[in-house]
Each structure stands twice: as structure tokens, then as C-alpha cells.
Ligand binder design. Structure first.
Ligand SMILES: [Zn+2]
Length: 446
């Protein structure tokens, strides 16, 4: 029934790729506040061009772009995307300019093609195809495209709190997704929460000669000792009460994860390790992957890090730590517990800066919208691996009480989101558009 739409998508692939290139040319790095209004304007123009009504919501920070089309259908499909990207550094590891997209072989390279300007484009391109072929949409459409996802969606609650009515939909497609290490498509039903902090110790008025380490305090040692108190060698987080209230995986989720093959060997190869942490494998590995919180060091900084030697006793030291949280945990609560832990262990001089935080959320694995996505995926890609949650994070909790979200997209295991040489396979960019058509079709019969 939608053959004409699908044909239009294929015939106009060049055009949708040009849109993607146009979006990538904006260096929309939220962390640096770059190009945010310009990119928002382009997203809005694309949505308008695809026949949607639009609005820019000027909250603190980057504007949120919404688009909608009410065709009086029984069901409403929502898309959540973001137009911001991660910083492109380290620039010297890129084979081409991160903000000048380049096609090499079957892939298109550039910062944001995978996360998530590519997905945003596929979704808008589908609506354009319906419009241009004069085909009636089988569902109503809503878009929420924000500009601060990569810095923790810090201001998005300002939008969601004022727009509860807009967030109501029967099903939603979240921002990311794609093929796993063996090429099979994967859907993600949830996201872990996050609590991102910087810990800092400053004990001297300036950097001094390292010979004075015999009489002066060393901030770097102090910080290392504080950090070392957070976790033991078995990977257990030692902050008092950290695991309190944490919800374990349900029976339905355990049944779902038992069907998933994490392709352990291929993953080990991809990451260059011979075994996973503590030799975990099988169901034990999966329970940790889907169900465990983390305390990870993202960056550790102090003193001289240039070439050769420089004997210095640095005045300060800092570490950036992210905690991934599972359902039942809240970042504000972990923040309090972290402060108390440091104070109780004699580290009152360690400063905490709280950058971002939000709780975890999941769509139930037996929700009808999950099987709709599965059926639509089968028509285009074949099998779909269902992950009860991603180990990664996103502000799903702001949406999930209004709309069940499933995350499928056009990335693959080699897309290198957040890394140099980010890319997607153009064929996946094309087929992801088809999948959206069939999701709409399946939804109309629900
Ligand atoms: Zn990202």
C-alpha cells in the first residue's frame, strides 16, 4: 500500500543525504554552545518542508523544535531526536573534516551522522515522501528535537513540564539504534540514568617544584585516595547506601535477556580485550550489562602531561566520573550519598561539581508497540534483537510516562558515535526510512 512512498524514498536518497550533510556542516557542539540556533532553524525548516506544523520553544539553553501533523488518525507516533553533537576532539584522529561530511565507500563520515543527525533526517525524509506522493498518513505525527542531549538534556524538563499534552502518543521512536556487531538490527527499550560529576582537590596556591613534595601536601595523591575509596577491586561501589532502592530486572526482562546473544567474542575483538571484567560471561555478563549501575572514571587530570619529564608538584587535581544509574536510583540522592561518603572518609576537601543527572526509564518488554516495531523491522531488515535497556543514558524518563518509546536507528557497530571518524552505512540510512513507513502502517492496524 505504501510502495509509492518507499519508491519515493529510494529515488530521493540523494536529497535526504544532502539534508544530512547540511545538518552535519553545522558544528552543533552543545558542550561549547556552537551553532545551536542555526541548526534548530534548519531542523524546523526541514520539518515544515515535510508538511508539519512547527514551533521553536525558547527554554534556557538551546531551543527545542517541535513538529506535528494531526491527520485525525486513531494512533499517534512520536519521534524524539536531538540536533546537537559531541565535540569532535581529538581532531587529528579524523580522516576527514568532522564538519564537512564525506562519503567513502559505503559510508558517510562526519560528526553527528550516527548520533543523531542521520536518524533525525531519516524520520523527516519519510514524512516528506508521504507529502510529495500525496499519500495519506496512517498515523498522527509528533516530533521533539532538542539541542542539549549530549550535555545531559539539562534544560529539557523546562519543555516537558509545560508540554505534557504534547508528549501524549501511542508509541515513540527514540533517537538512536542500529545494527549490532553481527549486522542484526537491535531495538533498545530503556536507558539507564546518569549522574556526572567532577571531583577536585586544590591544596596549594600554585604549582611548585616537586622537590617540595617532602613537606607539602599533594593534591593528586589526595584525589587518588578519595577516588580509590569509591569502589573495590570486585567492581562493587562502596558509597554507603548506593544500591538502596535499586530495582532488579523483572522476570519478563530476565526471560527477554536470556534470548539475547551479546556476541561476546565479537565484542571482545571489537574492544581489543581477551575477556570481560572479572571473566564474566553468559547470563552473568548480561545481568551486569542491563542491570548494573557503574562508577566510571572518564578523565583524570593533574600536572604536566606533555612530552618528556617536568618535575612539578601540581596545585590541583581533578577527575570526571560518571555513574550510570538503574531504575529506582536518583542522581540527587546519589549526590548526597557521595558527599557524605567523602566527608565520612575524611575527604571534606574534595569538591564535587554536579554536571548532569537524571534517572533511568524503560518501556515494558511486553508492550504492544514493541511487537509493532519488530514486525515493521522484519519487512526491511529481518531479525530484531530486543534489549530491555541500553547500558547508555538519555532523558527517556521525561517521556516514558506519556509514551512508550523504542529506540531503533541507522547506526551500526562501527559507527563510532562520540569518537573520531563517526559514520553510518548509507544503505542503512535508506532502509531505516523504509522501516519507519512500515511502523506507521503496523500502528494504523493496532
Ligand atoms: Zn550521543
Amino acid at each position: 500500500m505504501y510502495e509509492e512512498v518507499v519508491e519515493y524514498i529510494d529515488k530521493n536518497l540523494e536529497t535526504s543525504l544532502e539534508w544530512l550533510k547540511g545538518l552535519v556542516r553545522f558544528p552543533t557542539v552543545a558542550a561549547k554552545g556552537q551553532s545551536l540556533p542555526e541548526t534548530a532553524n534548519m531542523v524546523e525548516a526541514l520539518l515544515k518542508g515535510a508538511g508539519l506544523e512547527t514551533k521553536q520553544h525558547h527554554i534556557t539553553g538551546a531551543p527545542v523544535v517541535t513538529g506535528w501533523l494531526d491527520v485525525g488518525a486513531k494512533r499517534t507516533l512520536m519521534f524524539y531526536d536531538h540536533y546537537d553533537v559531541q565535540p569532535a576532539e581529538p581532531l587529528d584522529l579524523w580522516e576527514s573534516d568532522p564538519f564537512e561530511p564525506e562519503i567513502r565507500g559505503e559510508r558517510i563520515y562526519g560528526r553527528g551522522v550516527a548520533d543523531n543527525k542521520g536518524d533525525t533526517t531519516t524520520r523527516i525524509a519519510v514524512l516528506k515522501a508521504f507529502k510529495e506522493t500525496g499519500t495519506d498518513l496512517p498515523v498522527n505525527i509528533k516530533f521533539v528535537v532538542e539541542g542539549e542531549e549530549e550535555i545531559g538534556s539539562v534544560h529539557l524538563p523546562e519543555f516537558t513540564e509545560k508540554n505534557h499534552h504534547f508528549l501524549k502518543a501511542d508509541g515513540g521512536i527514540w533517537e538512536f539504534g542500529g545494527a549490532g556487531v553481527d549486522g542484526v538490527q537491535e531495538a533498545w527499550l530503556g536507558l539507564k540514568g546518569i549522574f556526572f560529576v567532577e571531583l577536585e582537590v586544590e591544596l596549594l596556591s600554585r604549582n611548585v617544584h616537586s622537590s617540595l613534595a617532602c613537606i607539602l601536601p599533594a593534591p593528586a595523591w589526595r584525589l587518588l585516595q578519595a577516588v580509590n575509596s569509591l569502589k573495590d577491586e570486585s567492581n562493587k561501589i562502596l558509597i554507603d547506601g548506593f544500591y538502596d532502592g535499586m530495582r532488579p530486572l523483572t522476570d519478563a526482562e530476565l526471560a527477554a535477556i536470556s534470548k539475547v546473544d551479546l556476541r561476546e567474542e565479537a565484542l571482545q575483538k571489537a574492544y581489543g580485550v581477551e575477556e570481560f571484567l572479572h571473566g564474566m560471561e553468559g547470563i552473568e555478563l548480561k545481568k551486569a550489562y542491563y542491570g548494573d549501575p557503574t562508577c566510571n572514571i572518564c578523565g583524570l587530570t593533574s600536572g604536566y602531561q606533555g612530552k618528556g619529564s617536568m618535575t612539578v608538584l601540581p596545585a590541583k587535581a581533578s577527575v570526571k566520573i560518571d555513574f550510570r544509574l538503574v531504575e529506582g536510583m536518583h542522581p540527587d540522592d546519589v549526590h548526597k550519598k557521595l558527599r557524605k561518603h567523602l566527608d565520612d572518609h575524611g575527604f571534606s576537601d574534595v569538591r564535587i561539581t554536579y554536571f548532569e543527572g537524571y534517572p533511568a526509564a524503560k518501556t515494558p518488554v511486553d508492550h504492544p508497540f514493541v511487537s509493532i516495531v519488530e514486525k515493521a523491522n522484519r519487512k526491511v531488515f529481518g531479525d530484531l534483537v530486543i534489549h530491555v535497556t541500553s547500558p547508555g543514558s538519555g532523558p527517556l524518563y521525561l517521556f516514558n510516562e506519556h509514551v512508550p518509546m523504542v529506540s531503533v536507528g541507522c547506526s551500526d557497530h562501527d559507527s563510532r558515535a562520540h569518537s573520531p571518524n563517526e559514520s553510518i552505512v548509507i544503505e542503512n540510512f535508506r532502509k531505516a526510512q523504509h522501516r519507519i513507513v512500515w511502523i506507521m502502517d503496523e500502528m494504523s492496524r493496532w
